[in-house]
Structure formats: structure tokens, C-alpha cells
Design a protein around this ligand. Structure first.
Ligand SMILES: [Zn+2]
Length: 321
């Protein structure tokens, strides 16, 4: 056969097939039930650039919501590798602008919007993330162009009143980490799931030398008890079924991170059903893997069942209530 015609015909047939597949066909539905899939469990700059743990955030699936939370670098790669079609997403949630939470937001939005051919889904982030172009105007669906006229159906600026996503309600919980930053509580039917995002919690503690204000380079070796903490956070998450807690360190950088020491205090007497630790700094894995010890510490101090997430862990929420 004529070589020119053969290659041209092959290209036309294949491109048509590929594009129609992604634009016109229904996305593969996510696995049924209620679950969290951790596409990453690592946080912070050292881990971000070394990828000792993945940084894809997590997928939350409840009865009426399928949402990608904090799609850092690798989010799309790991979802594809695990056979999850992000075209089925209802929402993409970015807690704050840092790269380990937002790096793959654009690609994930393109997947949710089926090659940017559909108007669908919600993108939720603080105003600065939209205004500073951390999520580009294109990915906000504001620059439609030939063949790519889709984008998110809703842009929700986090921090305002509670919003409905399908039958699920999302309430925003302010986080204290530097820039605009919000965690959340999602309530879908009887199931409630909280996410702390990156936040400070402890403000001052008691040591053998007296009261100590938290500072970045204090490892809190001499910690004897909590003196001051962010009461609003403890209150906001009280009574929920599952809390996903971004615990970067055991005790350091409490000025901007939720430490294991802080989490134990937050959970104690909170009525939270279960806690899972994620977003760990590389120091929690190497040279010594202290994740299990950290979770055990939190559980022992707080009395709340606590575990740590591993990359690609599927946590079944159905069995929890
Ligand atoms: Zn951060």
C-alpha cells in the first residue's frame, strides 16, 4: 500500500478513536463504596523533590461525592497506574498553594473535564490559589479555545459558607500554615470525614523550665503538657467519624505543622472515631521508619484509634460506622 496513505489513514483512525474515547465515552466509574485512596503520603520540600513517598494527595469517595484532595506532583500518574479514571471526579480540592498540594491540580482538572471538552465538576481552593494562577485561568475554565471549551462547572472559593457537593456538605476549617489554607469536614449522610490540611495547633507548652512558646527548631524533648492550643480546630473536628491528619513531624515545626504531640491533644476527648496520619516528612521514614511509633504514641495518649497511611493504601470507610 502507498506508504503516505497508510500512515495518514492510521493517524486519522487512531486520533479519532482516542479523542472520542476520552471526550464522548462515559468515564470509568470509581470502585463502589466509601473509601479513601492515598495517592501520596509524603509532604514537605525534601520529600517533594526526592519522592521518597508519593505526593499525589488522596481520593475521597463517599455515597455522593468523588473528590481529589490536594493533588501534588504524581497525582495523575499514580491514579492512572492504579486504574482510576479521574474523569469520574466530582471535585478537585486544593487546600493551599504549596507545590506538594497543588502541583498536579491542572492535569487532574483536565482529566476531570475530559480533555477540557466538558463543563463538569467543582474546583475548590482559597482565593489566592485562583488569583495567583496556581490553578491557571485555563484550568479554571476561563479561557475556552477551539476544541477545549470545557472546564470546571463551579469554582468554589474555600473559606466561605458551607457548600453542597451532590448530597454531601463541605464545611471549611481554617488552617494556620502561612498562606490562605483550609481543611474541611465533609458530611455525606451519616458519614463525616475531616481533613486538617497543614496547620499549626500547639501554641505553647509546659516544660521542666516552665512555659515555652513553640518555635520551629524546638523538637519538644522537654514537653510535659499543653499550655495553649488552637481550640477552634479541636472543636471543628470533634465528633467526626474519620480524621485525615497531616502530621509532618513528631514535635518539630509546631509553629506551622500539626505534630504528633499536637494531634494527640487534639484527639483526646474529641469523640473522633478514627484518625489516620499522612503527609509525613521524609525524616519519619529514613533512616528510621518511625510512622508506626508515632501512630501508637497518638493512640496511647488520645485513646482514639490511630494509624498511618501508606502510599496506594485503600482505606475502606464502609466498615467504620
Ligand atoms: Zn504546606
Amino acid at each position: 500500500m502507498d506508504r503516505h496513505r497508510d500512515l495518514a489513514t492510521y493517524t486519522w483512525d487512531t486520533v479519532k478513536h482516542d479523542i472520542l474515547r476520552w471526550k464522548e465515552s462515559e468515564p470509568l466509574p470509581p470502585p463502589g463504596g466509601r473509601w479513601i485512596l492515598f495517592l501520596g503520603t509524603g509532604g514537605n520540600p525534601v520529600n517533594l523533590i526526592s519522592q521518597q513517598s508519593q505526593t499525589g494527595g488522596f481520593l475521597l469517595k463517599t455515597d455522593s461525592l468523588f473528590m481529589h484532595v490536594d493533588p501534588g506532583p504524581g497525582a495523575l500518574v499514580h491514579a492512572c497506574r492504579l486504574g482510576i479514571d479521574l474523569g469520574a471526579l466530582d471535585a478537585v480540592y486544593v487546600s493551599h498553594a504549596h507545590t506538594d498540594h497543588s502541583g498536579d491540580a491542572g492535569p487532574v482538572i483536565e482529566a476531570m473535564c475530559r480533555l477540557m471538552s466538558k463543563r463538569k465538576g467543582a474546583v475548590i481552593a482559597p482565593s489566592s490559589v485562583f488569583e495567583e494562577g496556581i490553578i491557571s485561568r485555563y484550568h479554571q475554565g476561563k479561557i475556552p479555545s477551539w476544541g477545549y471549551s470545557g472546564g470546571p462547572e463551579r469554582i468554589i472559593v474555600s473559606g466561605g459558607k458551607a457548600e453542597m457537593l451532590g448530597n454531601a456538605e463541605i464545611r471549611f476549617i481554617r488552617a494556620y500554615h502561612g498562606d490562605d489554607n483550609f481543611g474541611f469536614v465533609v458530611q455525606d449522610g451519616e458519614l463525616s470525614i475531616g481533613y486538617t490540611s497543614d496547620t499549626s495547633y500547639l501554641l505553647a507548652y509546659i516544660s521542666s523550665r516552665g512555659a515555652v512558646e513553640v518555635t520551629p527548631w524546638d523538637s519538644m524533648e522537654d514537653f510535659r503538657g499543653v499550655l495553649r492550643f488552637r481550640e477552634e480546630l479541636k472543636q471543628a473536628f470533634s465528633g467526626i467519624d474519620v480524621l485525615v491528619a497531616n502530621v509532618s513531624y513528631f514535635g518539630m515545626f509546631a509553629n506551622r505543622c500539626l505534630t504528633a504531640i499536637g494531634l494527640a491533644h487534639m484527639l483526646k476527648g474529641s469523640g473522633i472515631g478514627r484518625c489516620i496520619i499522612t503527609h509525613l516528612d521524609a525524616c519519619c521514614l529514613r533512616p528510621r521508619d518511625i510512622r508506626a511509633e508515632m501512630a501508637a504514641y497518638v493512640e496511647d495518649v488520645s485513646g482514639v484509634p490511630t494509624s498511618f497511611a501508606e502510599d496506594n493504601l485503600l482505606l475502606d470507610l464502609g466498615a467504620m460506622n
